[in-house]
Design a protein around this ligand. Sequence first.
Ligand code: ZN
Length: 189
Amino acid sequence: MRIDEVLAQNEQFLQENQPPVIGHAPRKQLAVVTCMDCRLVQMFETALGIQRGDVVEMRTAGATISIPEREGGANDLIRSLAGSIYLLGVREVMVIGHTQCGLAHANPTALIASMQALGVDPDTLIKRESLGDVNGLLQWVGAFNDVHLNVREVVNVIRNSPYLPKIPVHGLVIDIITGKLEVVDRAAA
Ligand SMILES: [Zn+2]
């Protein structure tokens, strides 16, 4: 399994590296929320000019909060932002979606086929979570049609969350090919 490669690599890392001890409060007082996409690994930090210790990074599938979890703003992303703001000194948030996201235009037929192939019954899940139908299942996964619209919506959920203070929350989209950032919604200074 892959874990063996990772553990071997870790042994080598420990022999070759002695990382400096730094504090847990992000130097830039910034939280960045982005997607889990594998193409963002390393490229994301380089494209934003962020180093170890600079920011807190949060990743969710699609850099989104799924529609059923937006009500009241009490989902895990909001909880993480609350921790970063109240405990780690974050004072600014950037939500960064990306082009070619796997959660955009997710195919319901492929989703159901994949679940069934892996031994999970979509109908049982739809019933247990009161999702209604396959569209509810797509919402539960966090699928969306338009990355720009999704970023705007997530920004607004964060801005309006009763759990969070009024701090600047920006929305951006990063081009997964070039790394170029596009500002979709910039908070007032
Ligand atoms: Zn994505």
